[in-house]
Design a protein around this ligand. Structure first.
Ligand code: CMP
Length: 143
């Protein structure tokens, strides 16, 4: 089953948007299989955003993402990687459609409240970077 890595960034946590964001993915029908509130180390953040290391915003991005707790999550479901990206909206919230998380809740590209893996392969790398296998719970509905 396809899985993706999502992280509610420090701004999303500090603005009290954790429940709102998680609710959207639950309501859509995706399954939460891993979640932890944690403050990322610089090493972890630099690895996670390694693809951006030559960008002028890299140092600020790492400073920000390590500045407070984030909610790191793994979600499961058919097509969850692309669907979550659609639900999250464009990277710059000013370009995100209304109805998306960033389109509804954010205005600044550096404070865009949530990260989502951009492809299935990236998701697998990000999940193994942020989670140990035993931190993930495979479950099936019993109701
Ligand atoms: P994210 O989806 O987590 O992936 C990379 C992040 O870099 C992105 O969200 C933005 O938060 C950040 N980012 C991209 N472009 C800029 C920019 N021009 N200035 C600051 N941060 C940026």
């Amino acid at each position: 089953m396809e899985r993706t890595f999502l992280a509610i960034k420090p701004d999303g946590v500090q603005r009290g948007l954790v429940g709102e964001i998680i609710g959207r993915f639950e309501a859509k029908g995706f399954k939460l299989v891993g979640m932890k509130l944690m403050t990322a180390s610089r090493e972890l953040a630099e690895q996670h955003y390694g693809v951006h290391k030559e960008r002028p915003f890299f140092a600020g991005l790492v400073d920000f993402i390590t500045s407070g707790p984030i909610v790191a999550m793994v979600w499961e479901g058919d097509g969850v990687v692309a669907s979550a990206r659609k639900m999250i909206g464009a990277t710059n919230p000013l370009n995100s459609e209304p109805g998306t998380i960033r389109g509804d809740l954010a205005v600044n590209v550096g404070r865009n409240i949530i990260h989502g893996s951009d492809a299935v392969e990236t998701a697998q790398q990000e999940i193994s970077l942020w989670f140990k296998e035993e931190e993930l719970s495979a479950w099936t509905p019993s109701l």
